[in-house]
Design a binder for this molecule. Structure first.
Ligand SMILES: *Cc1c(COP(=O)(O)O)cnc(C)c1O
Length: 454
């Protein structure tokens, strides 16, 4: 690998700082330096081709060379390459995107606020709630409830919302961020507990937490419809139907973090539609621009929109915003992405491919070292286990999921290790043949690694 003294890998390592990267592994294997893409494939500086079964980071749902998205960006760069949304000015593209987002949202009306990322959208939502609660005379209504394994981003508030142990190295979460149990029946369900009983226990835990903390101190409950970066964890049966009434009874908004689920990933436009619940607000990003521009949004439903408007009117502004909020190029790209997904057949292809995807996962889950498969729409995971019956994980020193993902990479397939599971999140443009290629390569890697470790 390290044959040339000034190769791409060494140059990458010399000058770039890596986030969310296993450093011993990258030092041993070298960085994959990506040059271009074609459909669902990426190519590196060594001319190797990889089928990216993770859509980049869940976001490149239209693949890596979509002409409509590139055209939309180019046309907007020629017309108005950048503008802000402060001081009573905003681009025409921003106006059109907000109309479109409300139209495709589950809300009959509402308001949109733009950010550059999902993390910033979560931080923005929390600031909105802190601001409007204070304006309404309830400054103590600030706590945020989320779940263990929930992923909400990396800014300080979004990290505090995220239910992952790794944030302890930053001294996070901040006080006032409370993490409930992950609603993963296979892992968290007790012996002899039915799935319905498990769901009821999750709702009871929420009820207890609210009475312990005090409803008057809780600003919101924020949840991904399907947990993504926590390992692709769909909620237990009936979960949202069980918790939504509890929140409603206590006057606590339910916010759907749709950064992964939004725009078709689960087979409906929104994850909350797949799971049949009505949130008070939606957090969007990732597929919103099909990954062709960094952008996120908070979409407030009618009630929160009205309350935020009233709070803002009271002091004559909402003192928040990013320089690039509502960037015209991002908005033009997002309008094109939404059209591709909802009108030009990408969502349809998600639905068409889902049975094939599920069948492929279920087939691999028959292996003795796969404990379960799980997923919804085109997001899925296989959980590796040392002992299937007792659901015993492999020793963590074996880094089994990391080895599987590395072996896949060697065979030209990109998938992602998460805990002891391997995650697949294919782009919406995949063909049947590409999906078959994905499963063949994954099966080869699973067999190779389980032969070595089991
Ligand atoms: C990726 C993600 C975020 C954070 O988005 P960034 O753009 O990386 O800041 C937030 N919530 C969910 C559910 C995500 O998957």
């Amino acid at each position: 690998m390290r044959d040339e003294p000034n190769d791409w890998e060494s140059r990458a390592e010399a000058n770039s700082f890596y986030g969310f990267t296993d450093l011993p592994s990258v030092r041993r294997r070298g960085t994959v330096v990506v040059t271009h893409g074609e459909g669902p494939y990426i190519f590196d500086t060594r001319g190797r081709r990889y089928l990216d079964a993770n859509s980049g980071l869940w976001n490149m749902v239209a693949g890596f060379d979509n002409p409509k998205l590139a055209e939309a960006a180019k046309a907007q760069y020629d017309r108005l390459p950048g503008y802000h949304a402060f001081f009573g000015r905003m681009s025409d593209q921003t106006v059109m995107l907000s109309e479109r987002l409300i139209e495709v949202s589950p809300f009959e009306r509402g308001r949109v606020f733009y950010t550059n990322s999902g993390s910033e959208a979560n931080d923005t939502l929390v600031k909105m709630l802190w601001f409007l609660n204070a304006a309404e005379g309830r400054p103590e209504k600030r706590k945020i409830l989320t779940r263990v394994n929930g992923y909400h981003g990396v800014t300080v508030v979004a990290s505090s919302m995220t239910g992952k142990a790794y944030n302890s190295v930053f001294g996070l979460p901040l006080p006032g961020f409370v993490h409930l149990t992950c609603p993963h029946y296979w892992r968290e369900g007790r012996l002899d507990e039915s799935e319905a009983e498990f769901t009821a226990r999750m709702a009871a835990e929420l009820e207890e937490t609210i009475s312990l903390e005090g409803a008057e101190t809780i600003a919101a409950f924020v949840a991904e419809p399907v947990m993504g970066a926590g390992g692709v964890i769909p909620p237990s049966e009936g979960y949202f139907q069980a918790i939504a009434p509890v929140l409603q009874r206590h006057g606590i908004p339910l916010v759907a973090d749709e950064v992964i689920c939004g725009f078709g990933r689960t087979g409906e436009a929104w994850g909350c539609q797949t799971y049949d619940f009505m949130p008070d607000a939606i957090i969007a990003s990732k597929a919103m621009t099909a990954g062709y521009f960094p952008m996120g949004a908070v979409i407030l439903g009618p009630e929160l929109a009205d309350r935020l408007q009233a709070a803002s009117d009271a002091i004559e502004e909402f003192p928040h915003g990013f320089t690039a909020s509502g960037h015209p190029v991002g908005c033009a790209v997002s309008l094109a992405a939404i059209e591709l997904i909802l009108d030009d057949g990408l969502l349809e292809n998600v639905r068409r491919l889902t049975p094939r995807f599920e069948a492929g996962l279920a087939e691999l889950a028959r292996k003795p070292n796969i404990g379960e498969w799980r997923g919804k729409g085109l997001m899925g995971a296989l959980e590796a286990v040392a002992d299937k019956e007792n659901r015993t994980p492999f020793a963590s020193e074996l880094s089994v999921s990391e080895r599987i993902a590395n072996t896949c990479t060697d065979h030209g397939l990109i998938c992602r290790p998460l805990g002891q599971s391997v995650v697949l999140c294919p782009p919406f443009i995949m063909t049947d043949a590409q999906m078959d290629e994905m499963f063949e390569k994954l099966e080869g890697a699973l067999d190779q690694v389980f032969n070595e470790v089991a």
